[in-house]
Each structure stands twice: as structure tokens, then as C-alpha cells.
Design a protein around this ligand. Sequence first.
Ligand code: SF4
Length: 476
Amino acid sequence: MSRGQDSFKQRYNRALDEEFLQEALERATTRFRLGRSLSLEDIEDFDALRQQGKEIKEYALAQLDVNLGALANRVEEAGGKVFWAQTGEEANKYIADLAADKGIKLAVKSKSMTTEEIDLNDSLAEVGVEAVETDLGEYIIQLAGERPSHLLAPAIHKTKEQVAELFSEKLGEDLPNDIGALTMAARRALRQKFLNADMGITGANFAVAESGTIVIITNEGNGRLATSLPPVHVAVVGIEKVIPTLNDLSVLLKLLIRSAAGQKISSYVTMVSGPRRGWEIDGPREFHLVLLDNGRSRILNSEYRQSLHCLRCGACLNVCPVYCKIGGHAYGWVYPGPIGAVITPLYNGLKENKDLPHASTLCGACMDVCPVMIDIPEMLLKLRRDEAEQKFGGLWERLAFKFWNYGVGSEGKYNFFSRLGRKMQSPFVRNGKIAKPPFPFSRWAKERDFPPLAENSFRERWAAMENDHPSEEADG
Ligand code: SF4
């Protein structure tokens, strides 16, 4: 299990029982898929661009130490401070100490999965700092006390009626079920927070080594306010986000923005290179870059390295038949969908998250849309292999595979067990299906069709064909 208390089964069953969730997921993911396809129309060879993106990420990770060193030097030259956080706790402590040192009680945040990953808000709350989410979706789920359920649309699971009720209760206004009115209510509440905050906290979509620039992509402009209004700006950035050059950025921006929201360019692409310079009239007086490892170096040196290529665009979620049914909360942590099924076990432990690599049909749709061609199915299979090697499966599963292994170990055994199986299944076969099979097969058949073994095996049919039509001798 992940950090949630419930098992994966309990979580997905709860999600399957929520009627609205299915409808909301269908609507939102269809819109995302369509938007993505339309935004690709002006690109002649999107696969060539994806290949380029993949190579940039591979190269950036191959030279990670060099790129990180260059990034840190550029940021410090521009007057910023760099903190290297080995763990989430170290990152949280650095930011909490900074807030305490400056007497900061209110921070505004723009959307950042990395700060969700390390539970920064809770950690700041413990030392008396209120951290307010300012992305509309994040604001909704913060008020509701929930976690995001999509990488891009964190409140994808909420209806406008639910949001109206939530806002009316938390903001003390009687608000209608109208998206415009709700957005304006959030805007009024947040504008005041921006003006009062002494710290702005952001993540970054990319960090460019050659110029010491962090890049934040938003559609609501809150990222720009969080980086320019408060006197202190803290950016929490996973070390895998570093890329070598601004030229690389131009390729990755094209890929990310189209794959994420189906736009050619997002409303705001904010680039920050250090604090306000002497001659500038606005911007933060201090800029702190927190470079977070939190398990990334371990993954870098493993066969799951390509998971660090992820741009967090969310495209793989929108095409995944499993995510589209169960939504994000069922995955139990901040990263949902196919990429979440890979990285949650890598970050939080395979034993605790042993069900997630199985939350996939292995159809490959995730890899087909991934802007940097991450082979998610291959990594899911490798995680399943690791589980088997470390014996995380239940007793029944292990016994079943032991028996299977024995049964297919030679042609003789295979033929014998096939014949035995056909004999044993005959009382249960009705209309081409096995109806009501005995335990333990009954559990499998509860939610799926159970096809019977064919009356004649392929080998038997082949032998019969050979007898009927013996192959002709070749001429000559
Ligand atoms: S794995 Fe690929 S498709 Fe999925 S979120 Fe990451 S970059 Fe996007």
C-alpha cells in the first residue's frame, strides 16, 4: 500500500462505485485527447520531434552532474541561493527554517507536483506557515482536504455543484453552480493572498543549465504572480528537470504543451533567472532554488532510469483504460495513471505498492502518446518480474505459477495436462463459456468471461491437417 490507509482494491472499488467520476473522467479525458490530436496538425513529423525530445532527456541525464553544477553556478552568479536536498524532509526543513528566519506566515504556491510529493504544505503548517494553493484546481482540492487526481487537472473528479457547495462553505459566500461565478470568487480570495504573502513557492517544468533559468508553464497566470509579487521566491525542482540549453527547451516546450493541454503554446511561460537585479523595479528580493533528489539518483542508476524523462504532461493518463475508469485517487499517491504505476513503487517501495504494476492492460497506448517515448509497459513488466523474484505475490499466486511452470516444462507434461484440463472442464462448459467454475477459478470468473480450453489443441489440429493434406515433396 502507498501512503493511504486503504488497499488498492478498496480504493478502486470505491472509485468504480462513484457514478459521477466515470462520467467526469470520460468527459475530461476525451477533451484532452481531442485537443492533443488537433494541436499536432501543424507538425509535419511529430514522431521525429518525440525522438528528439527523448534524446535530449537521455543526454541531459547522462550528464546530470555537469548540468546541475552549471545550473547552480548560474543561479548563484545571478544572486540566487541553491540548496541541495537529499530527501523531502531536508527540502521541507530548509523552507520552514527560511520562513521562520524571516518571520513569514503566509506563502502562495503555484501548481507543483514536486511539493505535493514531499508534503510541503503539511510541513509548513506544522511551523505555523499557511501555504495557499493558487492554481484553481489545486485551490479546490486544498479547500476540500484532498489530493490531486490528475497531473494536469487536479480537481477533475469534482462537479461544479460540489465546488459551489465547497466554496460557499469555506469562503462564506452563497455561490451559484456557475463556473464563471466560482472562478471569480476564487480570484477575489486569492488576489488578497497574493498581496499579503511574503513567500511565493513554485515548482518548475524545466531548469536550463546554460542560463540558470527555471521555466514554469501555466494557463492562469498564478505562477507569474507567485514568482513576482512576494519578496521571497522558492522554487522546488526535482534534479531530473535540468536540461542543458535553451535550444533544448524550445523542443521540449513544443512537446509538453501540445501533449498536456492540446495547446500550441500555453497562456504563460514564465522564465526566472535569479532575484530582482539592482536596476529592476519588481520581482522577488530573494530567490532560492531547492534541488530535490528524494530517490531520483537511485532511479538514475537503475533499469528504470527512463522514468526520469517524464515531463508530467498527463497524456498517458488520458489514454489509459484503467485510469479512465478508476481516476487518480485509486493510485494512492500524488502520481496517478500509467506513469504513477511505475514511479510510486520506485519512490515509496514495491512491496507497499505491489498492486500498481498490475493496474495496466499493457495495451501500450501510454507509450504511443508519450512525448518523450517512455516505454511504460516495459517498466511495468520489469516491476512485475521484481515482485516475483522478491516473492511479494500471495501464496495462491505463487503456487499457481509453480504448478504452471511444472505443467509446461516438457511436451509430454503439457499434452497430459491439456487433456486432463479438457476432461475436467467438460461439466462446467455452457454455450462456449465456463459457467460457475469451482474455487479458485470462480474468483477470476466473477468479473470476466472464462473461455474453455479448445476441444482440440493446435498441435492436434495441425497433425490432423497433415494427415488430410500431406505436404508435397519439393520439386527437383
Ligand atoms: S510518462 Fe510520458 S505521457 Fe505520461 S506524464 Fe510522463 S511524459 Fe507525459
